[in-house]
Design a protein around this ligand. Structure first.
Ligand code: AOF
Ligand code: ZN
Length: 359
């Protein structure tokens, strides 16, 4: 199963809304074949594995290991459970059930009905961990959301408006953040931050040799219910990623004088985070990093919708005043040093489909 997880991760940049899935075929002590889901719309991990073997290969004494339940539905590809039965595989070991309502236990049921021995739950937590984004997208029908801020040792996230701008994070922490920005589909800020900081919201520090382009930078989302922001003049020449403005007045598309795409998306007057994240998923944003400011972050934390919370804390710098970091009493679960900055992370517990709840 550990091998499956490694294989699955190879698909990370390409699977889009699909899960990362890896599969291994074992005979005795030997691994006979490996497969993984290499991209959205492409063969599932089980089929990718089977395609590597000769068509007359005998699966008689083989066990198939896969981190996600084999599917039972006709999607862009036919059901993997049927393929497994057709090939005469007698044992399947699974990490987690597939929360997709089209599958949700039906893959296991189909295999068992055909006399296949099925074991579910091997390395269960790691398997859930790998596909957290998929699990939230499919079972809560909303974008996966990470709340992030940087903090000084004395608990400030920014200077007051009349003070000079505070640079909190060191180089390692900034590199980490820019890697994260390159991985999510979008970065969201409130209109206050958009106007005050004029943030670039790009991932320019990931690799200085990589030229910044449209496809590389995440969509910039501004939460601007009353349309107070200025979007006509973009701040820098190099950023071309679209700007999506969540507002309560209008839908529609415009182009800035510099050629940036502006996409206005209307949200209800009394919006709640759950709905905003649903709207983002409807706009093809499956993964969003919320970077501030304080009001936006605190609203998100209160809503309980933050799937991950990350604080980059500079353990040496003291600001002595300014805007305090959001209050987060739930307790951090992981921490990692990035130079002099301490990255602290909290991950929300997801409700996971158990075998006993499945059809
Ligand atoms: C598997 N193995 O490798 C993957 C699965 O549109 P399709 O046909 O690609 O189906 C996508 C759904 O299939 C996806 O939402 C998830 O439920 C399942 N993904 N299943 O047996 C795989 N990637
Ligand atoms: Zn499948």
């Amino acid at each position: 199963m550990r091998k499956c997880l490694q294989l699955a991760e190879k698909g990370k940049p390409f699977v889009g809304l699909n899960p990362m899935v890896g599969s291994v075929l074992v005979k005795g002590d030997a691994v006979v074949a490996e497969g993984y889901h290499a991209g959205f719309g492409l063969a599932h991990a089980e089929k990718a594995l089977i395609e590597k073997l000769p068509s007359d290969f005998s699966y008689q004494d083989c066990t198939l290991v896969v981190n996600l339940e084999p599917c039972s539905h006709h999607g862009k590809t036919p059901p993997c459970a049927d393929l497994i039965v057709e090939k005469g595989i007698k044992k399947v070991v699974i990490g987690t059930l597939d929360p997709n309502p089209l599958v949700a236990g039906k893959g296991v049921a189909r295999l068992r009905a055909a006399g296949v021995e099925v074991e579910v739950g091997v390395l269960h937590d790691q398997c859930v961990q790998l596909n957290r984004k998929f699990f939230v997208n499919i079972s809560e029908n909303r974008s996966y959301c990470i709340a992030k801020w940087a903090s000084t040792a004395d608990g400030f996230m920014a200077s007051s408006p009349e003070m000079p701008r505070l640079m909190i994070s060191g180089e390692d922490a900034q590199n980490h953040l820019h890697w994260l920005r390159g991985y999510v589909d979008a970065i969201l800020v409130g209109v206050g931050t958009w106007e005050a900081d004029k943030p670039r919201l790009d991932c320019r520090m990931v690799d200085p040799d990589i030229e910044i382009s449209d496809s590389f930078n995440p969509v910039r989302v501004v939460l601007d219910p009353n349309l107070r922001g200025n979007y006509q003049v973009d701040r820098v020449d190099v950023v071309f990623s679209p700007i999506l403005v969540l507002n309560t007045f209008k839908d529609g598309e415009e182009v800035t004088p510099r050629g940036n795409k502006l996409h206005f998306v209307k949200i209800p007057n009394l919006w709640v985070w759950d709905e905003l994240l649903q709207i983002l998923l409807q706009n093809k944003i499956s993964h969003v990093l919320v970077e501030g400011g304080k009001k936006t972050l605190e609203g998100l934390l209160l809503s309980g919708c933050a799937d991950e919370i990350m604080e980059y804390r500079n353990t040496e710098l003291r600001a002595g005043g300014g805007i305090t970091s959001p209050d987060f009493p739930n307790g951090w679960q992981f921490q990692q040093w990035l130079g002099k900055d301490l990255l602290r992370v909290y991950k929300r517990n997801l409700e996971i489909l158990e075998e006993s709840d499945a059809v």
